[in-house]
Write a protein that binds this ligand. Structure first.
Ligand code: IFM
Length: 446
């Protein structure tokens, strides 16, 4: 492999990330309860090719092999999520010991391999029972259930897991689950529902921060937000205003409450009657001091005025350039820009780049390898941009490539491959891609 030109700092996490529903499979094994994704994938037309997560990468049964590969690559961290309905099949009440034991064993072997576990408590899946009772995240009291689940998981794993994330990508969870309907539970209820779900997710986040700290006094606690650097498509004041609204909708709506204890005023005004009820004390609950921000970034957002997501009224513009198989622009400087923007507007102790990656569907070639050249370039250039921001003082302490292995890419099913490990979904054969060897080479520089 040609020289990548990267020297990793000491004390820096380099790893990959995954999510339970996307890789585990075994959706009915060992008394796991159904989640909203098990239900949603049954809706005709919801997922490309009618794919489901029933088997996925069968990681629930093949996790030892997957961890062996991480060890072989010399990665020092792994970010994964816990399936709530594997641990508490009905969302509250009866615990499924076998489900909890799965994660406990996983953590033991990670530590044996000197791989630091970063655990996400919620990465898009919710026990189906809680969806049926009161509409999932639309029910304000859902935070009690999330707290019960957090309490159980942190009591069990907290002696070994020290990095905890409450939620992954609250914007996607709320807007794509309750407004655009492209993700589970697949509801198209409107912006008001997305804002309501979002507020309840944030209340749940706020409530469990203290629970994690009580159970794991030496924990680092954070949240993971999908942040893209926003740029107006032109200097036209209409585009500038639209870009500001998109930045408000996707970035500031999620950062302001965490770091400033309030929703952004301009967006409150814009949403007006669509806003959920914000009760006295809510913003204080949400505004818990955190130890880190998890930042997910894939592309930048170039925005003009339009009619999408009214009243946000934007249109995403695709400037000339290189695009992934998913149709997302490849723009490494966007990672530097968003890190700098975040650091100057929301100074925080630590930032981890918790997801960054690219969909390129490269096949296995006759030499038995996967030459995912575009991903090699993508990861290398983005890691450089993250380290550049770090050199300029942004407290970037880790980088996780999305994703550990090709997996169930939500509404795209198995059509989009993000992994640094190739999965043959017919045979479950794992093949280490060139991009994983790049990470291995970078890891060696530490
Ligand atoms: O696969 C997803 C992941 O679950 C959340 N962040 C974006 C990834 C790529 O779409």
């Amino acid at each position: 492999m040609e020289d990548h030109g990267i020297k990793l700092p000491k004390e820096f996490y380099l790893g990959t990330a995954s999510a339970a529903y996307q890789i585990e499979g075994a959706t009915t094994q060992d008394e796991r309860g159904p989640s909203i994704w098990d239900q949603y994938v049954k809706v005709p037309g919801a997922i490309e090719n009618g794919d489901t997560g029933d088997i996925a990468c069968d990681h629930y049964n093949r996790w030892r092999e997957d961890l062996e590969i991480m060890k072989h690559l010399g990665l020092n961290a792994y970010r994964f999520s816990i399936s709530w309905s594997r641990v508490i099949p009905k969302g509250r009440g009866k615990l499924n010991k076998k489900g909890l034991d799965f994660y406990s064993q996983l953590v033991d072997v990670l530590l044996e391999y000197k791989i630091t576990p970063f655990v996400t408590l919620n990465h898009f899946d919710l026990p189906q029972k809680l969806q049926e009772e009161g509409g999932g995240w639309l029910r304000r009291g859902v935070h009690n259930d999330f707290n019960e689940y957090t309490d159980i998981v942190t009591q069990e794993l907290g002696d070994r897991v020290k990095h905890w994330t409450t939620f992954n990508e609250p914007w996607e969870l709320a807007w794509q689950g309750y407004h655009t309907g492209e993700d589970a539970p697949g509801l198209k209820l409107g912006v008001d529902a997305a804002l309501e779900a979002s507020h309840n997710v944030y209340l749940s986040h706020g409530h469990v921060v203290q629970t994690i700290r009580d159970n794991v006094p030496d924990a680092e606690v954070g949240i993971v937000i999908h942040l893209n650097h926003v740029e107006p498509a032109t200097k036209n004041p209409k585009d500038i205003a639209a870009a500001k609204r998109w930045e408000g909708c996707q970035n500031r709506w999620y950062l302001d409450p965490i770091y400033q204890g309030q929703y952004p005023e301009d967006m409150m005004k814009l949403y007006g009657p669509l806003l959920p009820e914000i009760q006295p004390g809510d913003m204080e609950t949400i505004n818990q001091p955190l130890d880190y921000l998890g930042l997910n970034m894939y592309r930048r957002s170039v925005i003009s005025g339009g009619t999408d997501l009214a009243p946000v009224n934007i249109k995403r513009v695709n400037p000339p350039g290189e695009y992934s198989d998913m149709g997302w622009e490849i723009y490494p400087k966007g990672l530097y820009d968003i890190l700098k923007w975040t650091d100057s507007n929301y100074p925080t102790k630590k930032i981890y780049v918790t997801e960054n990656g690219v969909a390129c569907n490269d096949p296995i070639t006759p030499d038995g390898r996967c030459h995912d050249t575009r991903r090699v370039t993508y990861l290398r250039e983005h890691i450089k941009q993250a380290l550049k921001a770090r050199e300029e003082g942004v407290p970037v302490h880790g980088y996780f490539a999305w994703s550990t292995m090709d997996n169930f890419e939500w509404a795209y099913g198995y059509n989009m491959r993000f992994g640094v490990i190739h999965i043959d979904f017919k045979t479950q054969k794992r093949t280490i891609k060139n991009s994983a060897y790049l990470l291995q080479n970078i890891a060696k520089t530490q």
